[in-house]
Design a protein around this ligand. Structure first.
Ligand code: ATP
Ligand code: MG
Length: 216
C-alpha cells in the first residue's frame, strides 16, 4: 500500500493529468484505488464523474477532501484501499502541505517553459519541512509537456539546469512526458492514455513513469 501525491504550487502543470492516469493504470492492474481530489476546482472528481457516467470499467473511487483534517482522513482511508493517489491543488495550499506530511512519494510535474527556480526552491523547502515529520518522504520533479520536436532540446536543457542547481530534497524522475494530444483527449472522456489507445508514445511515457512510481 502506498500514498502517492501528485502536487506542486504552480497551476496547470499536469497534476490532474498524472493523478488520473496513474489511478486508472492502478485500477487496470486490479488494485482497489482511491483518487483523492484535494483541489477545490474538482478536476479529478469531474474526470471520475465522466468515467462513472460513461460506465467505463474499471470503476475508480474518487472523493474530495479539504482542510486541516486531511492527514488523519488519509490515514483512515489508507486502511481501506490498496493505493491512494492525491491530486493536490495549484498553490501552496493547506492540502498540499498536509498531503506532503502523509504521503510516501510526491511527484511534482513541471513544464520546461515555466521551469522557474524560485518555485522549485519553494518546493524544495516545503519538502524539507515535511520530511521533518515524514522522514521517508521522497519527492520527484517530473518534466511534463516537453516539446515533441526533436530540435527543441527542452528535456536535456532542463535536466542539465536541474543538476546544476543541486536541490537537496528533490530528485528528477527519469520518465519524461511530452506534449501529446492524447493526454487532453483522454482526459475529456474520463480515460487514461492507456485506455484511449490512440498514441503509443504517450502510453510508453506513462508506463515508464508508472514503473518508476511503483516499480520498487
Ligand atoms: N503531457 C501533456 N500533453 C498535452 N496536454 C497536457 C499534458 N499534460 C497536461 N496537459 C493538458 O494541460 C492542461 C492542464 O493540465 P492539468 O489539468 O492536468 O494541470 P493541473 O496541474 O492539474 O492544473 P490545475 O493547477 O488547474 O489543477 C489540461 O488541459 C491537460 O489536458
Ligand atoms: Mg488539477
Amino acid at each position: 500500500m502506498s500514498i502517492v501525491l501528485i502536487g506542486g504550487e504552480k497551476g496547470g502543470t499536469g497534476k490532474t493529468t498524472l493523478a488520473t492516469n496513474i489511478a486508472a493504470m492502478l485500477a487496470l492492474q486490479g488494485k482497489d484505488v482511491l483518487l483523492l481530489d484535494t483541489d477545490r476546482q474538482g478536476t479529478s472528481s469531474f474526470w471520475a464523474t465522466v468515467r462513472e457516467e460513461t460506465e467505463i470499467e474499471p470503476r475508480i473511487a474518487c472523493v474530495q477532501k479539504f482542510g486541516k483534517g486531511l492527514a488523519s482522513q488519509v490515514r483512515d482511508l489508507a486502511e481501506r484501499y490498496d493505493e491512494i493517489i492525491i491530486d493536490a491543488g495549484g498553490r501552496d495550499s493547506i492540502e498540499l502541505r498536509y498531503s506532503l506530511g502523509v504521503c510516501d512519494r510526491a511527484y511534482i510535474p513541471v513544464q520546461p517553459f515555466q521551469f522557474d527556480i524560485w518555485t522549485l526552491r519553494q518546493m524544495d523547502d516545503l519538502v524539507e519541512m515535511a520530511q521533518a515529520f515524514n522522514e521517508n518522504l521522497q519527492a520527484f520533479i517530473v518534466l511534463n509537456r516537453v516539446s515533441t520536436n526533436p530540435a527543441v532540446r527542452e528535456d536535456k536543457e532542463t535536466q542539465d539546469f536541474f543538476r546544476e542547481e543541486d536541490f537537496q530534497h528533490l530528485s528528477l524522475a527519469e520518465a519524461v512526458l511530452r506534449d501529446r494530444i492524447a493526454f487532453r483527449k483522454s482526459a475529456r472522456d474520463g480515460l487514461s492514455v492507456v485506455e484511449l489507445k490512440q498514441d503509443k508514445k504517450a502510453v510508453q511515457e506513462m508506463n515508464q513513469l508508472f514503473e518508476e512510481v511503483y516499480g520498487g
